[in-house]
Every structure is written in structure tokens, then in C-alpha cells.
Design a protein around this ligand. Structure first.
Ligand SMILES: [Zn+2]
Length: 172
């Protein structure tokens, strides 16, 4: 891909997917607080995951509930006009997400999808969900989870929101 195509593509993508959103920063803060090291910006991996934990070969997506259609979420409303257009668009988004997750797993990556409403709601629950998925224990080893949660105290929701507010970048 030449530089112009890449620029154009990132410009188009940028309008759909903004980086450094509040939910993303919250997920990053919680991961960091629990002692996980991550990196950002992974255009080369399928679906360009928002956060990657190389040591755990885990890719994290922080999905906007509206664009990625969080099932049963009150944010995932259907616009009142041009319903056909939106339906098609949403279907394509869902298909694309599914394809990317499959592709990542095929390449040996663990995948975690965090919905923005989950990130904003309950940091402790978010922390538990992340640990379960990263360790692949899915709640089997309550002791190891408890251990990690105790060592690394997860910040209060208020504190997290403050951090996110400061760092969020809506200029993209
Ligand atoms: Zn949601």
C-alpha cells in the first residue's frame, strides 16, 4: 500500500474510529493497574486491535456500543431515518468484527471485546473480565484472580473517569 492510499484510508477510518476515547483509556488504566503491560497501534493485525498484550498474545478491542451494535444495549439504537442504509451498514460492521476476531484467533491470538458501556460502568467487574480472559481461566481459578486483584488495587470509578477525561482526545 503506498503512502497516499494509507493516508486516505487512515483518514476515512479516523472518522469512524477515534483513538484515545474515554472507555479505551479506562481499560488501559485498569490493565496497567493490574500489572499488565500493553502496547497500542496495531494496524498490521486484523481489525487493528485497540490494545495488545504481547506477552499474553492477547488483543483487546474497546467497541463503541452504537457502531459495533452491542446486543441489548440501550446505546445501540436504530436511527429513525434511512433505516435500510443503517441496517446494511451495521450488518457490515458486525460481519467485519466477526471476521477480524476469527482471523486473530486463527493466528493464535486471544481476543477480548470490551463494550464501552462495560468500561464506563464498573471498574472492578471490568478488571475481573480482563483477568479471566487474559489468563484463560474464565473464573476457574478464583484464588489467582483474587490474588491479582488484591495486589493491584483497581482505581475507583470516579478516579478512572477523571483520568480518562484528562487524556481523552476527541480531535481525531
Ligand atoms: Zn453497550
Amino acid at each position: 500500500m503506498d503512502i497516499f492510499t494509507r493516508k486516505k484510508r487512515s483518514w476515512i477510518m479516523g472518522r469512524i474510529r477515534s483513538k484515545n476515547t474515554k472507555p479505551e483509556i479506562i481499560v488501559r488504566s485498569v490493565l496497567h493497574r493490574m500489572g499488565y503491560r500493553y502496547s497500542l497501534g496495531h494496524g498490521k493485525l486484523p481489525g487493528s486491535p485497540d490494545i495488545v498484550l504481547p506477552k499474553h498474545r492477547t488483543a483487546v478491542f474497546v467497541h463503541g456500543c452504537f457502531w459495533h451494535r452491542h446486543k441489548g444495549c440501550k446505546v445501540a439504537t436504530m436511527p429513525k431515518t434511512r433505516v435500510g442504509f443503517w441496517k446494511k451498514k451495521f450488518e457490515r460492521n458486525i460481519e467485519r468484527d466477526k471476521r477480524n476476531l476469527c482471523e486473530l484467533r486463527r493466528l493464535g491470538w486471544k481476543t477480548i471485546v470490551i463494550w464501552e458501556c462495560q468500561a464506563l460502568k464498573d471498574p472492578e467487574k471490568l478488571g475481573r473480565r480482563l483477568i479471566d480472559r487474559i489468563t484463560g481461566l474464565n473464573g476457574c481459578s478464583k484464588t489467582s484472580r483474587k490474588h491479582r486483584m488484591l495486589i493491584y488495587e483497581i482505581p475507583e470509578k470516579k478516579e478512572l473517569l477523571k483520568i480518562a477525561e484528562k487524556r481523552a482526545d476527541y480531535n481525531t
